[in-house]
Design a protein around this ligand. Structure first.
Ligand code: BG6
Ligand code: BG6
Ligand code: GLC
Ligand code: GLC
Length: 916
């Protein structure tokens, strides 16, 4: 009995001595709680450095955006291929997610070896090898005939700009294949796969193993928002708020960040805690100076650290009686599995002896105890360091969520964590000590990271399918050059048709004579009133023209025309106009004055003289009754009479295109075309009298108001009209009419956009599939909103804000799509308008028998003025389709009121001359 006690005493004394000895020797490796808290703070600072745009380039911890935006929600499904490359084992898998509506995952897998000559050889050969393994797998599983999406788990630091792309920043761990760094591994593998003609595989997602692990665990536990690997290497990822991620646009929701914490300390931040053993190990590694945190923690290095320590202790005579074996001198002879075995609870000491003997050593009992304790210190330090970094991540999550206590789950994987007997317990304990305000569940990923990678791929494949649907819709708006040339030719034909005597009455492009026969010559003078009705704003103006100096002074006032008046009776409309004139005269102190008046009336009118215009039909947003077929000048005169307050001399009625041409023609005598790209779309130009068959006389020119908005009303451009155009047309005030205008002008572009958005939403591709009341509301996308949305200077967030203002609650992805839709619609509008204009300039060139035509187009309209791209695309199209015309675009700064006044001045002069 006594002997037993003595033995026990002797043993515990021996143990105590050995432990003390080792503790003293490895004093530096034992980290106090304060040090751990300090490391935690330092890591937190590193995270912020990596997330911020300015500091990311120099940050050691790269905090890489992964483009994984949500954890699985159970709706994922499909059949996928998966590769898992970069951990201790390389696997190829087939994953079946959610069969028959069940939340269930089935996997079949096959391991393949990764010999050093492959993973440290030529990069191209590495990818070819991987592709060969995949081909082999597909053959054995009889999958070659199938087209399957693939998720690639690639456990190295990659800079991603999208899910299906990743540029390798550097190899880590055991890999060092040449010529891969700085290249996109997805395209490298895709290229390698192309060698197998019978393989049809699309790589849809590239994920880090931490991300795969997090997603795997999140499939079972929705609280999981962190993934940690403690295996060959070590690393962690977590869900970060988008608003904290500078490197990716948008601030809505979250995105998974691959921290690449293994590189913590690469900038010297951990020098105070690194030991001589860490330095020595680093020098002998494949990547000296890199992954310094990882080298203190992960499986690839732990055994080697122990070996270096034992060697040093032996050299100092503290172990093995100072004896060393050649194995102990050999790099890599002690592996992590040995460390784990030596630390086993019961068999640990026996294992230690066996391992040391295998290393050619003759350990004493004391040696075994000491060696075991060395292992404990090394692996404990590893767990401590991981815990500190993880605690920083958890703190960040808690702060992001602004909660007192955080309930969360961490998905775990990696051989060190899995096979080491004490490791998980120690790690969990320290984490809980460091962040007492977090209730953390650690969940081991049973099925590796592939299940998670398949989830990501499933989402990606859904997104890809949706993208294809969206592209299909947008493609309807992309016109080929041939189509534009065809539009140009058809427009040309319609212009000619409208000028011919026998077809004029039937023409859809009406080609209305305006009785404006010349541009201003600078001799015009006097004081005039002008009305400008039919664009975005209704204006009354006073225009003072001084002859000689070509100077014009204008005073104007904008008046609203309420919808009920626009669409009420004709009498109400004209009474309202006269009321506005009265207000204006009052306002200008001109009460009772009788001035000559020019009336810009931006609707199609058949004119028999300059001061008579019969409204053919309302366009745009007007629909007042009893006006069509009536002379609008008469209607205005009668309204003035009804009011019986003042008298006005209505001298001219002018279309806005004509007013615009005249306004610009006052500055540039070469301006012989007027173009409006605004609420409506129209063009006028100076035509030779001899070509205007329906009028007498062959001398000189007259301005023709083409009313090209009606182009296509005979069905001639139905081949390029989409179902959305039809929809817009049917919902308009004038169904079947103004088809070209409805594809090209401000009043309708927003409506086309709205119809597309409704359709995409119905297809579940936008606004979470919910069609809101706002989206159902006609006219919400005014030209100014389209213009804002398409502005290049606008970040996505601002686009989202505009949509929010419009009452559309969109995500950032929605905003991208909305912007694309707007772009497609406005681009087509500008191109169509350009094709129309090309038709007219070419006609003018040919009519005059010119090799080259130089001509100026006076332009007005909110679409042309406000839209960021419309004018450029329009001009490019004209250049492309009418290469022999040198067209100058001149923006009308003063509106068409000025031109109307100039026309009035000329008409007045002629009138007076006639009277005399
Ligand atoms: C596996 C995962 O379970 O763990 C891999 O499927 C991961 O993606 C690996 O890389 C990490 O552990 P180790 O020890 O194999 O590097
Ligand atoms: C204005 C002109 O500048 O532009 C109007 O003065 C014209 O006569 C208008 O109708 C066209 O643009 P919008 O966008 O207002 O229809
Ligand atoms: C290395 C890699 C990292 C990976 C980790 C675990 O640190 O750089 O991407 O996640 O090992 O495998
Ligand atoms: C509509 C009108 C036309 C006008 C154009 C631009 O197309 O019918 O007369 O010029 O809009 O405002």
């Amino acid at each position: 009995m006594f002997a037993v006690h003595l033995m026990a005493f002797y043993f515990s004394k021996l143990k105590e001595d050995q432990i003390k000895k080792v503790d003293r020797f490895l004093y530096h490796m034992r980290l106090s709680d304060d040090t751990l808290l300090d490391i935690m703070r330092r890591f937190r600072a590193e995270m912020e450095k990596g997330l911020a745009k300015d500091t990311n380039p120099t940050a050691a911890v790269k905090m890489l955006p992964t483009f994984v935006r949500a954890i699985p929600d159970g709706s994922e499904n499909g059949e996928f291929l998966s590769l898992d490359l970069g951990g201790s084992k390389f696997r190829v898998l087939k994953v079946q997610v959610a069969e028959e509506g069940k939340r269930h995952v089935q996997m079949e897998s096959q391991f393949y070896p990764t010999p050093n000559e492959i993973i440290r050889g030529n990069g191209t050969e590495l990818f070819e090898y991987v592709a060969d393994c995949l081909a082999d797998f597909m053959k054995t599983k009889d999958l070659k005939h199938k087209k399957l999406p693939l998720g690639l788990t690639f456990s190295f630091p990659c800079r991603q700009t999208k899910l299906e792309e990743g540029v390798l920043l550097s190899w880590t761990k055991k890999f060092k294949a040449r010529g891969v760094q700085d290249t996109d591994v997805v395209s490298r593998l895709t290229k390698a796969m192309r060698r197998h003609k019978d393989m049809d595989v699309d790589i849809l997602a590239l994920v880090n193993d931490t991300v795969g692990t997090m997603m795997t665990c999140a499939y079972d536990d929705p609280y999981c928002e962190v993934g940690v690997i403690i295996g060959t290497g070590t690393n962690a990822c977590y869900m970060e708020d988008m608003s904290n991620i500078d490197l990716v646009e948008g601030d809505e929701g979250r995105m998974c960040i691959n921290t690449e914490w293994g590189a913590f300390g690469d900038d010297g931040a951990l020098e105070d805690i690194r030991t001589e053993f860490d330095r020595e190990l680093d020098l002998g590694s494949l990547n000296p100076g890199k992954q310094l945190f990882e080298k203190m923690i992960s499986g690839l290095y732990l055994g080697e650290l122990v070996r270096l320590i034992l060697l040093k202790m032996a050299k100092a005579g503290l172990l093995f009686g100072g004896e060393k074996s050649s194995a102990l001198h050999t790099k890599g002879k002690i592996e992590t599995r040995h460390v784990a075995a030596m630390e086993k609870y019961k068999e640990g000491l026996a294992n230690t002896r066996e391992i040391l003997v295998d290393l050619g050593l003759e350990p004493s009992e004391a040696d075994c105890i000491a060696v075991q304790h060395v292992c404990t210190i090394v692996s404990f330090r590893s767990a401590n360091l991981c815990a500190a970094a993880l605690a920083a991540i958890l703190t960040c999550l808690r702060e992001n969520k602004k909660v007192e206590r955080l309930r969360t789950t961490v998905g775990m994987d990696g051989t060190l964590y899995k096979i080491h007997p004490q490791y998980p317990k120690r790690l969990h304990k320290v984490v809980r000590k460091l962040v007492p305000s977090c209730d953390v569940r650690f969940l081991l990923s049973e099925s590796g990271s592939t299940k998670g990678a398949a989830m990501v791929t499933a989402v990606a494949s859904r997104v890809q399918a949706q993208r294809k649907q969206i592209d299909r819709v947008l493609a309807l708006f992309q016109l080929t050059r041939e189509q534009l040339v065809d539009v140009q030719a058809k427009m040309r034909a319609e212009l000619e048709y409208g000028l011919k005597k026998k077809s004029h009455g039937l023409a859809t492009v009406r080609m209305l004579p305006t009785y404006v026969c010349g541009l201003p010559d600078g001799t015009e003078k006097g004081k005039f009133l002008a009305l400008d009705l039919g664009g975005t704003n209704f204006r009354v103006l006073l225009v003072k023209i001084r002859s000689g100096r070509r100077s014009v002074r204008m005073y104007n006032k904008i008046f609203a025309i309420p919808l009920e008046i626009m669409q009420g009776t004709g009498e109400e409309l004209f009474d309202h106009i006269v009321q506005c004139i009265a207000d204006f005269l009052d306002y200008m102190g001109l009460k009772g004055a009788s001035l000559p008046l020019g009336f810009t009336f931006s609707f199609p009118c058949r004119q028999m003289s300059i001061d008579k215009g019969t409204l053919i039909g309302w366009t745009k947003g007007f629909k007042a009754t009893d006006c069509e077929g009536e002379d609008v000048v008469d209607m205005l005169r009668e309204a003035i009479k009804r009011r019986n307050e003042f008298d006005l001399d209505i001298v001219a009625v002018v279309n806005d295109t004509v007013g615009t041409m005249m306004t610009c023609g006052y500055e540039d005598p070469n301006c012989e075309i007027g173009l409006i790209a605004g609420t409506g779309s129209n063009m006028c130009y100076m035509e030779d009298m001899r070509n205007i068959e329906m009028l007498e006389g062959d001398e000189g020119k007259m301005c023709i108001n083409t009313e090209w908005g009606g182009f296509g009303d005979n069905g001639c451009i139905d081949d390029i009209r989409t179902r959305y155009d039809t929809e817009v047309d049917e919902g308009s005030l004038n169904p079947g009419k103004q088809r070209y205008e409805k594809m090209t002008s401000g009043m309708y572009l927003g409506e086309i956009v709205r119809q597309i958005l409704i359709d995409l939403t119905k297809q579940g591709l936008l606004f979470r599939g919910q069609i809101s009341e706002r989206l159902r509301t006609r006219g919400i996308f005014e030209t100014k909103f389209l213009s804002q949305i398409e502005s290049d200077r606008l970040a996505l967030l601002q686009v989202r804000r505009i949509l929010q203002q419009l009452g559309l609650d969109s995500t950032c992805e929605d905003s991208i799509v909305v912007k694309e839709v707007c772009g497609a619609v406005s681009r087509r509008a500008a191109q169509l308008c350009g094709a129309g204009l090309a038709a007219i300039v070419e006609k003018r060139r040919e009519d005059q028998g010119l090799e080259h035509l130089r001509i100026t187009v006076g332009v007005d309209g909110t679409l042309y003025k406000l839209h960021p791209h419309f004018s450029r695309i329009l001009q490019e199209t004209v250049k492309e389709l009418a290469p022999r015309c040198d067209v100058t675009f001149m923006l009308s700064e003063d509106g068409s009121g000025k031109g109307a006044a100039l026309i009035t001045a000329v008409a007045k002069r002629l009138q007076q001359a006639q009277e005399n």
